[in-house]
Design a protein around this ligand. Structure first.
Ligand code: 1QQ
Length: 380
């Protein structure tokens, strides 16, 4: 029976690709379902929850406007990785093997993508990171794309603003040494600091699950630095920032964060202890233009809270994926790849195209945000 079914499936697929009209159970399928692997539980759940919100909002809009491929609905299965790379790989195997999704969105973390990417790339399933910013993500293979700007494109803008606007000359650097994004973001920060001629007074590491950073912070306190760079995920950053102020590192010593800090969760946990923290961002809530204003208001209406950068990137990515499927169909990965390469999309992030290396082509929209009263404000 299953053999027969798969033969029917193959025949239908063949006729689909040759463009002939054969009515079969496969053809009758009215939904094209894509997969996503996101962090929906655990300490980093704020990222994946925002991403899921952005993906689902876009999906519903796309479906309300007629769906894809002449009236098929776009569907989405979101698997929770909990920030764990083994769980993320299992989710990928399920989405690819059982659900046979034509595209995987995510996973949330670079750390997860370095485990998932080789698996999906091997299976020739197009995989698109919306938040994976470490170096080397798209080098995993030809089926791996990302809409997230790499840290190496964003961090130099942030550090330059710290130097030019606040006279930052001497810095301490901190990073989590057990997470691929955190380490890679640190490398980008260090390269940018050297390029700008900043003095690096010390480099301190910690683990993403650590709760006590007093040894590192006490040392930093004695060095009289102008700023502290930190490359980590939002939970440990919040802990570091809170403890820094408790230990008497004054507010005048700004923190400078990377993509991990670019979440409202930071303000929720650290409150005003995070005030003054600088972060570069490809998107800002008050970004002018009808597309973004509509996105922000519908997101708020639906979820009862503001979207963040992660939601915005995911929202645009769903449109980009839908367009590619609409052009290429859902059966041929190479065609989906080709269609993605031709992406020319203007969404809430602004104009978007991919480079030959499947990264975002431009970092022109990057702005620097500063925390005030636990919320991000744009730095004028
Ligand atoms: C990465 C990141 C994280 C901060 C995403 C949530 O940028 O893992 O690459």
């Amino acid at each position: 029976m299953s053999r027969l079914l798969s033969r029917v499936g193959a025949a239908a697929l063949g006729s689909l690709m040759s463009g002939s009209l054969l009515v079969s159970p496969v053809m009758a399928q009215q939904t094209v379902t894509v997969g996503a692997i996101e962090i929906l539980s655990g300490p980093s759940a704020a990222y994946g929850t925002a991403i899921k919100g952005g993906l689902e909002l876009a999906m519903d809009e796309i479906n309300a406007a007629g769906g894809v491929l002449g009236g098929k609905k776009l569907g989405l299965i979101v698997e929770d990785s909990a920030g764990n790379k083994d769980q993320a790989v299992n989710a990928a195997r399920k989405l690819v093997g059982r659900d046979k999704v034509p595209v995987v969105i995510g996973p949330t973390l670079s750390n997860e993508m370095f485990a998932v990417g080789p698996v999906t790339n091997d299976r020739k399933v197009v995989t698109i990171g919306t938040s994976t910013t470490a170096k080397g993500i798209t080098e995993i293979g030809p089926f791996i794309f990302r809409t997230a700007l790499p840290e190496s494109d964003v961090v130099p803008v942030t550090l330059k603003a710290a130097k030019d606007k606040f006279g930052v000359k001497t810095i301490a650097m901190m990073y989590a040494n057990d997470d691929a994004f955190s380490k890679s973001g640190f490398d980008s920060m260090k390269a940018a600091a050297e390029q700008l001629g900043l003095t690096i007074a010390t480099i301190e590491t910690f683990g993403s699950k650590d709760a006590d950073f007093s040894a590192q912070l006490t040392k930093i306190k004695g060095l009289n630095v102008d700023a502290i760079t930190i490359s980590a995920l939002v939970e440990p950053i919040s802990g570091v920032v809170l403890q820094a102020r408790q230990l008497g590192i004054p507010d005048s010593v700004r923190f400078i964060g990377g993509n991990g800090a670019n979440s409202p969760k930071l303000g929720e946990i650290a409150g005003t202890a995070a005030d003054g923290l600088l972060v570069g961002s490809p998107w800002f809530i008050a970004k002018k233009g009808e597309t973004n204003e509509k996105f922000v208001s519908t997101f708020k209406q639906r979820y009862g809270k503001d979207p963040d950068q992660f939601a915005a990137q995911a929202y645009d990515t769903m449109y980009i994926v839908a367009k590619a499927i609409d052009t290429a169909g859902a059966a041929d990965s190479d065609k989906i790849r080709e269609a993605l390469y031709k992406t020319d999309f203007n969404g809430v992030m602004g104009p978007f195209t991919f480079t030959e290396g499947r990264d975002p082509a431009s970092n022109e929209g990057v702005v620097v945000l500063s925390m005030k009263n636990g919320r991000f404000e744009i730095l004028e």
